[in-house]
Design a protein around this ligand. Structure first.
Ligand code: ATR
Length: 296
């Protein structure tokens, strides 16, 4: 018998999804989404869409015209995409950034799964909630907006936003104070009371790139600050898997978590929104285990 050489992975009914960004080569979203489709036997393919700044509008109209089922948006377009969409979730409006777009019969609707991805990863790793916690967020960019808003909505008592450019921290604090019952305060990263605030806090979240590969010898806080075993330190960085901040916190007894879980869960949540399905718990576990030990 002759073995068939026909590749049947893509056919006329295959749904197309993808991720729009620049650069895009580093993205593990294609692997995550295609693995979910394979495990769930969904007839879809997820591809990288590399797009220049000048071509963003044309690209988005092209994705709409080609009936692309849905797509993710990554650096540097999470903010710029909003003006090109037909509708946005409340969260996208508050965060000012979208990472997921669904194409509903030609209407492009934007969502943001970063906050939910962060919260799912946090809860799965700690079995703790944000209720009544004093939280410090280092940084005041898009990731800080998403994580701060989520923790505030999930019951945090206070959020202190620490940033080099304090005005950006103040803008996020205003957004939280105006939309949630959490009390948010901006603080400069050179504030003399910062050490005390950090030591008193329950949860510290680093959203700055300080300590990321290749600058692995950098730390977003002064190195004389001490941690304790009642604290949780979450670093959104996942390369390296243990930043200097996490290493120091772990050695002093804090529970530490890197950003790989957030990266995986923001993708699985995006998959659920785009495909309007709930991924079963055992598949989510499989995905998490595969990608926390992934070898690209
Ligand atoms: P993202 O969308 O991933 O959150 P971003 O919008 O570029 O990324 O935000 C990065 C955050 O890290 C910013 O708050 C930035 O501080 P500024 O607002 O002062 O620019 C912070 N950050 C980046 N590099 C930093 C550094 N070397 N030291 C301290 N903070 C830094």
């Amino acid at each position: 018998m002759i073995k068939s050489e026909i590749d049947r992975r893509v056919n006329g009914e295959t749904k197309i999804m993808g991720v729009l960004g620049n650069p895009i080569e580093h993205s593990i979203s294609p692997q995550i989404h295609n693995t979910i489709s394979k495990l769930l036997c969904v007839n879809s393919i997820y591809v990288p869409f590399l797009c220049s700044q000048e071509d963003l509008e044309k690209a988005v109209n092209g994705l709409r015209a080609l009936n692309i089922y849905g797509f993710n948006v990554t650096i540097p377009y999470k903010e710029k995409i909003i003006s090109l969409l037909d509708e946005c979730s409340e969260e996208v409006k508050l965060i000012g950034a979208a990472n997921t777009v669904v194409n509903k019969k030609g209407r492009l609707i934007g969502y943001n799964t970063d906050g939910d991805g962060f919260a799912t990863s946090f809860e799965n790793s700690t079995n703790k909630s944000f209720v009544d916690k004093d939280i410090i967020v280092l940084g005041a960019g898009g990731a800080a907006r998403a994580t701060a808003l989520k923790t505030a909505k999930m019951g945090a008592k206070t959020i202190t936003l620490v940033n080099r450019t304090v005005i950006k921290a103040a803008e996020i604090a205003d957004m939280i104070n105006n939309n949630t019952s959490c009390k948010a305060v901006p603080v400069s990263n050179s504030d003399k009371n910062l050490a005390k605030l950090l030591e008193k806090s329950d949860i510290i979240i680093n959203t700055t790139p300080v300590g990321m590969h290749p600058d692995t010898n950098k730390c977003p806080i002064q190195e004389d600050i001490t941690f304790s075993s009642r604290q949780i330190v979450y670093d959104l960085i996942y390369n390296p898997s243990e930043t200097l901040l996490l290493k120091k916190a772990r050695k002093e007894g804090a529970l530490t978590i890197n950003g790989l879980g957030m990266l995986i869960y923001q993708a699985t949540l995006a998959y659920e929104i785009i495909n309007e399905i709930d991924i079963p718990e055992q598949i989510l576990k499989k995905i998490f285990l595969s990608f926390t030990n992934f070898d690209k």
